[in-house]
Design a protein around this ligand. Structure first.
Ligand code: NAD
Ligand code: ZN
Length: 689
């Protein structure tokens, strides 16, 4: 398919236009049929906008079967005529379009709208439920809007749609049938137990379930009423909803996103924002917020178009489900030895965020969903949840897909995998991590323990002497001498190096922990911000987010890691590691948390107020310093170290072979010093060799 981009799509030829129409019709037929469409809703909407734009530019070429202006895009039919047409809704995509739409409505009315109702746009299927004498006699789909399909057989499984109303009235209820999140999960549990393919997402599950006739199992759905025919015609919309609830039907009034009366457009916008904010926590999916003129009088006066009423509009929210390709499955070993699969995706933007990875929970999850590498998959992301792969679009397979390869040995240490539980685990458990974390912690930019390289780390872990980095500090000479190829001298040297590490700066000890999302720079910032390990441990997510460069998301990860690391941190504290306060203390400066202001470090140092970047190789007194040590030096001197040159950079230390950073600094007129000049500037702070 040639068409894919959002919003910007243009159809350039009659052939492209015809292809787009065919694609849209096929997608709609699948969407309203069994829900197996290959397109995400955003893509479908963009496709329709492109088709409409082409038709506006070339009115003579418009095809009769075009979806433009038709309920359900003209792709579905029905054989039971509706009492009153079941219409769709016009869409707006932002606050400006909403204001424009409202102004148009008020122009048409010739007076301001006498109050609005704002309610969730439930992401399911529209149905009409006919009651005679208070008894449910027929359930219909929307179909093409004029006639629907009879789905009365499904009524018994729909919660909120009473078989008998509280009053013996003749009425037709209209509303949405959907699978709540819990019903969706239960549905897929049931489907898998019956060896049926899982539903790709809740809406398609609802569509399939309503139309299915002879399933050997029952899947429960939920109804929300939002309209009726045959009640008092002078009821405003909110009053009508109340009446429906009295009759026994479920309405959105029972939810956190309850329909709300708004007097002004500003209140409407606030309520839309509020409902959008609730979205991730609602127990069912919404794909927008519906704004309706509330009074019956305004509705009558505005009237209906052929596809949609003129007194209501849907403010669409970004889709939470997107279709993309599963490129690979990665296997990551966690701290406790859990081996977890992760989906690598063709990058896809969901609600403004580019998603490249998604969780797959555990190996059986992959098997259960029948995923294959190369599959088109539905990916779900809402609010702060970790994106997850919902299901493959099995009917989109080309034959080029390949099975997901499950690891036979631990991807980190190569030892065996314990597959007896749902979550796989390296047989070494935490020990699997131990070697890697000891090597990392002993590294030059962390605890800098000379003589503790890869081989030694493996030896120590295998001998059972070291399970985590705290164990290093209780090693004895006798224990070391018991190891192969360990003589008196090496043992003494190693113990001495470990003893030095006991007094390492807080930033280095923190860095040695290998907390996810914190490298050297971040560790220095955290250490400088809090000043002690106790203060870091006491910090909650909000406090952590106050550290320059840590967003809320990262703060949450760090806080969670610190909780997980508590036993290790206790051990380190007992060993007096990282308790020495060697970090420059500093109070966060309010109002300067813009990411680049040189705010860290003690006042009064030679680099106070300077934003410093180092490039090229250092010579002279600085020759021995790693880049991290250079950055530590800059911060000790009151400056702020950064790795890239920007307008805010005030000083570049350029050594030999300085390249593009130097050029950029020259271009920006930034002060440049050679290593020797810089060394002179900070001479008092240089480590004594
Ligand atoms: N992915 C695809 O292939 C594909 C194909 C066809 C349609 N679609 C999606 O469906 C949309 C068009 O479908 P549509 O015509 O059903 O229109 P719609 O979903 O944009 O809006 C109209 C429908 O909203 C529903 N609705 C939910 N809550 C409501 C409330 N509180 N008050 C009134 N109505 C409410 C009703 O069912 C109504 O028929 C497209 O914008 C697209 O996102 C997707
Ligand atoms: Zn392992």
């Amino acid at each position: 398919m040639t068409f894919m981009t959002e919003n910007s799509a243009l159809l350039l030829s009659p052939a492209a236009y015809a292809e787009a129409v065919t694609t849209a019709l096929a997608a709609s037929a699948a969407y309203y049929g069994d829900g197996t469409t290959p397109l995400g809703d955003d893509e479908y909407d963009a496709l329709l906008r492109a088709i409409a734009a082409y038709e506006e530019a070339h009115p003579d070429e418009a095809l009769a079967e075009s979806p433009t202006g038709k309920v359900a895009g003209g792709a579905v039919q029905g054989d039971v005529p509706h009492s009153v047409p079941m219409l769709s809704l016009d869409n707006v995509f932002d606050a400006d379009e909403l204001a424009e739409w409202a102004a148009g409505l008020e122009r048409r009315l010739g007076h301001p709208v006498a109050g609005w109702c704002v309610e969730p746009k439930l992401d399911g299927l529209a149905v009409a439920a006919r009651y005679r004498g208070g008894r449910l006699v027929q359930l219909l789909t929307r179909g093409d809007g004029l006639a629907g399909e009879d789905i009365t057989h499904a009524a018994g499984a729909v919660l909120g749609l009473p078989p008998v109303l509280t009053e013996p009235v003749d009425v037709e209820l209209r509303g949405e049938v959907l699978l709540t999140t819990a019903q969706f999960e239960e549905a897929n549990r049931i489907r898998l137990a019956h060896e049926a393919t899982p539903f790709a997402h809740p809406r398609s599950g609802a569509a399939g379930t309503l139309r299915a006739k002879d399933r050997p199992y029952r899947i429960e759905l939920t109804f929300f009423a939002y309209g009726a025919i045959g009640l008092d015609e002078d009821l405003g919309h909110l009053a009508l909803l109340e009446e429906l609830a009295v009759l026994g039907a479920n309405t959105a009034a029972t939810t956190a996103a309850a329909p709300t009366r708004c007097e002004t457009l500003e209140q409407v916008r606030d309520r839309i924002d509020a409902i959008a904010g609730l979205r991730a926590d609602l127990p069912f999916g919404i794909d927008g917020v519906v704004v309706k003129a509330d009074t019956a009088e305004d509705q009558r006066q505005a009237g209906n178009g052929s596809r949609a009423p003129r007194w209501a509009v849907a403010r669409k929210l970004a889709a939470e489900h997107k279709v993309t390709r599963l490129l690979a499955v990665e296997w990551n070993v966690g701290r406790t030895g859990i081996i977890a699969p992760r989906a690598v995706l063709e990058p896809v933007v969901i609600d403004g965020v580019t998603v490249t990875y998604a969780t797959l929970h555990n190996p059986s999850d992959i098997a259960r969903r029948g995923l294959m590498i190369g599959d088109q998959v539905f990916v779900y992301r809402a609010g702060d949840v970790i994106p997850r792969v919902e299901a493959p679009l099995a009917d989109q397979r080309t034959g080029a897909e390949s099975p997901v390869v499950f690891p036979e040995a631990c991807p980190r240490c190569g030892d065996a995998i314990d597959t007896s539980e749902q979550r796989w685990r390296c047989v070494r458990g935490r020990g699997c991590q131990a070697v890697a974390s000891v090597i990392y912690a002993a590294g030059r930019d962390q605890l800098d323990i000379e003589g503790l390289g890869g081989t030694r780390a493996v030896q120590l872990v295998e001998a059972g002497l070291v399970k985590d980095i705290a164990d290093l500090f209780t090693l004895t000479r006798e224990q070391l001498l018991g190891l192969e190829r360990m003589g008196e001298t090496s043992a003494a040297n190693l113990l001495a190096a470990i003893e030095t590490a006991r007094g390492a700066a807080l930033s280095r000890v923190f860095c040695a922990l290998g907390v996810r999302g914190t490298g050297r720079t971040m560790s220095r910032r955290i250490a400088a911000h809090f000043g002690s390990m106790a203060a870091i441990r006491a910090a909650d997510t909000d406090t952590l987010a106050g550290v320059d460069g840590i967003g809320t998301e990262k703060a949450r990860v760090i806080a969670a890691e610190l909780v997980e690391l508590a036993p290790l941190l206790d051990k380190l504290q007992a060993q007096q590691v990282g308790v020495q306060v060697t970090e420059p203390q500093h109070e966060p400066v309010p109002g300067t948390g813009d990411g680049e202001a040189p705010e860290d470090g003690p006042a009064g140092g030679p680099l106070t107020g300077q934003a410093v970047v180092v490039t090229g190789s250092m010579t002279g007194p600085l020759a021995e310093l790693s880049r991290n040590e250079m950055n530590e030096l800059i911060e000790r001197a009151g400056g702020k170290a950064s790795s890239s040159v920007s307008k805010r950079t005030t000083l570049l230390v350029a050594g030999e072979k300085a390249g593009s950073k130097r050029a950029k600094a020259e271009e920006l007129g930034i002060r440049i010093l050679g290593p020797e000049e810089f060394a002179a500037l900070v001479a008092d702070l240089l480590p004594t060799p």
